[in-house]
Ligand binder design. Structure first.
Ligand code: BES
Ligand code: MG
Ligand code: ZN
Length: 495
């Protein structure tokens, strides 16, 4: 999908479908403009009959017979004084979905002036592409794949083009993440995830290192390997590195939970725990690899980025962890595994220790870590925990810019009591209450003093059962856009 700006006046625009954003109560102001496009009287009468108010979520389609534009879509943007960037994203998604079967050129005309134009153009362009994404890999019917070949953002200046050029690299990263998450666990195995990461590295000139079980053993990753030992599939440790040309001013690490399937182990998932959905338990690693894909193409200067994933399955066989086993992580910490279903933090412990050894300025991990976070924040907010005000703010800013919701949660030190083990240094599971906080506190135990660290629990946000905002039903690719925005914040592209 090609996304470009059109400086021309609307009456000179040529395309098959035109989307016009209407502010609440603002239709009258736009009637003149609409009259330029189509038969004034007919349209005005039709609109008045329908009483198009411009309320958020309102959308109306008009078939135009005597014009080169064959469809006009009016979409409500809500009240002018309350208009936010995310309203433009949602309106874009809504109208794009109404236009699903049109392959021609789609034009979008919004009140760009309300925002920084480049920022608004980027948000709308991303929304257009991402809302129309469809995962057709596992179907035979190609009929569904009908997308506009061209999206024109109408009435924008030349100067927004630089920002616009970020849309496709970022969206390719999000779509890669969606495909990784959406792939079933018999297709996306730990080895396959490593293979995909390698492909990204090769395509975008990233350094790549994949460690197998023996190499992880040599590094003493007893916590990660304990999780993998009940599966017939080999675990893999993935390490990609993006190195900018020229001087490196900042070094960061992104760590993702990569459970290609989480059965719960012997503390098996039962009842409402949705075992059949646990292919998405690698959503954190998908976001990391998606971000690697995007950053590899965007090539920001100044910042070196390490992408780390300890990937395996959590399964049950004769060699699986017993609830109660004590294992030791690669920094020597001993862990009593009182619940084998709290496996993500065990894999992350060794990945975070590895990340700290790289001595980065900051580490951000993403993980579908706890059901408790879903209960606390629902499906539109990921939990954010951090030992650093600065890093927390940077990430909150990045999330505000992208519309991916984040909510800061506390690293309440006294709750660490709940992780005390009678025998080992720590146990992996605390009490049910405050479960997402004790999970974050557990991870914090593996972060070296002085390194800024943030943890994002994306258990609620990485999947949606129905179309929501710019996310079609299925995997959302949550985290990619925030990570990319954060990593590129201070740097201009070197392309
Ligand atoms: N992968 C799950 C968390 C999860 C739950 C993600 C629901 C998405 C939706 C994680 O490994 C897990 O099982 N966590 C347990 C922890 C508990 C045993 C302390 C949970 O949340 O129930
Ligand atoms: Mg689990
Ligand atoms: Zn899990």
């Amino acid at each position: 999908m090609n996304i470009s700006i059109i400086q021309k006046n609307i009456s000179n625009w040529e395309g098959s479908v035109l989307v016009v954003g209407v502010l609440e109560g603002g239709l009258e102001n736009q009637l003149d403009l609409l009259k330029e496009i189509c038969d004034a009287n007919l349209l005005a009468k039709d609109l008045l009959e329908k009483e198009f108010t411009g309320k958020q979520g309102e959308v109306e389609i008009f078939q135009l017979i005597s014009h080169s534009i064959n469809k006009l879509i009016l979409v409500g943007l809500g009240k002018a004084e309350k208009l936010e960037l995310d309203d433009l994203r949602k309106a874009t998604a809504l109208s794009c979905r109404k236009n699903i079967s049109n392959k021609g050129t789609l034009g979008i005309l919004f009140p760009w002036d309300v925002f920084d134009k480049a920022t608004a153009a980027k948000a709308v362009g991303e929304a257009a592409r991402l809302s129309l994404f469809k995962d057709l890999r596992f179907r035979n019917d190609p009929k569904e794949n009908k997308l506009p070949s061209q999206v024109d953002l109408i009435g924008l200046p030349e100067s927004v083009n630089e920002k616009l050029s970020e849309i496709n690299p970022i969206c390719s990263g999000v779509e890669l993440a969606r495909e990784l998450v959406g792939a079933p666990p018999n297709s996306l195995t730990p080895a396959e995830l490593a293979e995909k990461a390698k492909q990204v590295a090769n395509e975008f000139n990233l350094n790549v290192k994949i460690l197998d079980r023996k190499e992880c053993q040599a590094l003493g990753m007893g916590s990660f390997l304990a999780v993998s030992q009940g599966s017939d599939l080999e675990p893999k440790f993935i390490h990609l590195t993006y190195k900018p040309k020229g001087e490196v001013k900042r070094r960061v690490a992104m760590v993702g939970k990569g459970l290609t399937f989480d059965s719960g182990g012997y503390n098996l998932k039962v009842g409402a725990s949705q075992i059949e959905m646990m292919k998405y338990d690698m959503g954190g690693s998908a976001a990391i690899i998606g971000a690697a894909r995007a950053l590899g193409e965007l090539k920001p200067i100044d910042t070196e980025v390490h992408f780390l994933v300890a990937t395996c399955e959590n399964m049950v066989n004769g060699s699986a962890v017993h609830p109660g086993d004590i294992v030791s992580a690669s920094n020597g910490t001993t862990i009593e595994i009182n619940n084998t279903d709290a496996e993500g933090r065990l894999t992350l412990a060794d990945a975070l220790i590895y990340a700290c050894k790289l001595k980065p300025d900051a580490i951000v991990d993403l993980a579908t870590l706890t059901g408790a976070c879903v209960i606390a924040l629902g499906e539109e907010l990921a939990g954010l925990w951090s030992n650093s005000e600065k890093l927390a703010h940077e990430l909150q800013e990045a999330s505000e810019a992208t519309g991916e919701g984040l909510w800061r949660m506390p690293l309440k030190a006294s709750y660490k009591e709940g992780l005390k083990s009678m025998l080992a240094d720590i146990k992996n599971t605390g009490p049910r209450a405050g479960g997402s906080i004790t999970a974050a506190l557990f991870l914090n135990e593996f972060i070296e003093e002085g390194i800024q660290w943030a943890h994002l629990d994306i258990a609620g946000t990485c999947w949606t059962d129905k179309d929501k905002g710019i996310d079609p039903a299925g995997a959302t690719g949550f985290g990619v856009r925030t990570l990319v925005s954060w990593a590129t914040k201070q740097s201009k592209a070197q392309r």
